[in-house]
Design a protein around this ligand. Structure first.
Ligand SMILES: NC(=O)c1ccc[n+]([C@@H]2O[C@H](COP(=O)([O-])OP(=O)(O)OC[C@H]3O[C@@H](n4cnc5c(N)ncnc54)[C@H](OP(=O)(O)O)[C@@H]3O)[C@@H](O)[C@H]2O)c1
Length: 238
């Protein structure tokens, strides 16, 4: 079974049973695990085949999420334009509503961006500016780091009818989702180069004698010059 068929078979029942979206974590890295060269800059790692595959994945999710670091570095459109089909709802994790109002997301062809900010954000004027520019602000409780609480976000998204969520990065967002055991599926593109840059996954707060999260029954496939590896995530204790 390929990832899209897997999603179509599993995301709906996950949403039905939990009330929260099925979460797919997907990003591209080099052989040495780098997702960018410098912090805060973009490095194109995917070839044309895996880029098309990413757009097909987007078209099969209700929503797509990135962190404000990725918006500032890459200014992504977050559409599925290469694959056609429906665009997912774009969401930015942005505790303090720092998204620039000239970001490409404000020129999205079909959706208003959703900016997930913390309830206590005192930057009301920036929230107002984002709303005027066309965003919807999702106000959420803060986690113990002062950032958007991801479990509360998933509950809110479920209530809004989002049954599947694709998380595309960057590294802080990837790490936060993994630390909380939130992704159901991991789809990793590996470009056959060595970069020595910024790693996609930082410390997960685990001890050496603990079990690490792992892919169960993973599948890999060559797409163009890249390798795509995917599978369900299993956590140490489950
Ligand atoms: N290769 C790939 O597939 C790929 C994909 C995407 C991005 N990237 C690269 O990744 C880099 C950006 O990554 P990054 O780590 O700097 O930024 P990021 O992960 O995109 O965004 C991190 C920011 O999100 C906000 N945030 C809000 N709630 C959060 C939470 N619960 N957990 C984590 N973050 C939360 C935080 O800012 P506030 O505290 O202000 O809210 C945090 O600083 C860029 O170089 C980009 O090119 C690569």
């Amino acid at each position: 079974m390929m990832p899209i068929e897997y999603l179509q078979a599993h995301a709906g029942s996950h949403y039905e049973h939990t009330g929260q979206p099925f979460v797919t974590l997907t990003y591209a890295q080099s052989l040495d695990g780098s997702i960018s060269f410098h912090p805060g800059t973009q490095l194109v790692l995917s070839g044309s085949e895996t880029k098309m595959f990413t757009h097909q994945l987007r078209a099969n999710h209700d929503a797509i999420l990135v962190g404000i670091g990725t918006v500032l570095a890459d200014d992504p459109k977050l559409t599925s334009r290469l694959a056609g089909g429906l665009n997912p709802q774009p969401i930015v994790l942005d505790s303090n509503a720092r998204t620039p109002i000239n970001a490409q997301l404000f020129r999205h062809p079909t959706h208003k961006p959703w900016i997930a900010a913390v309830t206590t954000s005192d930057d009301e004027s920036h929230c107002d500016a984002l709303k005027k520019a066309g965003a919807d602000i999702l106000r959420l409780p803060a986690s113990n780091t002062g950032q958007v609480s991801l479990p509360d976000l998933l509950t809110m998204l479920g209530e809004k009818g989002i049954g599947s969520l694709m998380v595309e990065g960057g590294s802080q967002v990837i790490t936060s989702f993994l630390k909380l055991h939130l992704p159901n599926l991991l789809i990793l593109t590996v470009a056959p180069i060595l970069v020595g840059g910024v790693h996609g996954v930082h410390s997960l707060g685990l001890r050496e004698d603990q079990s690490f999260p792992a892919l169960k029954d993973y599948i890999w496939e060559q797409m163009g010059n890249d390798l795509v590896i995917w599978g369900e995530l299993r956590w140490g204790d489950s």
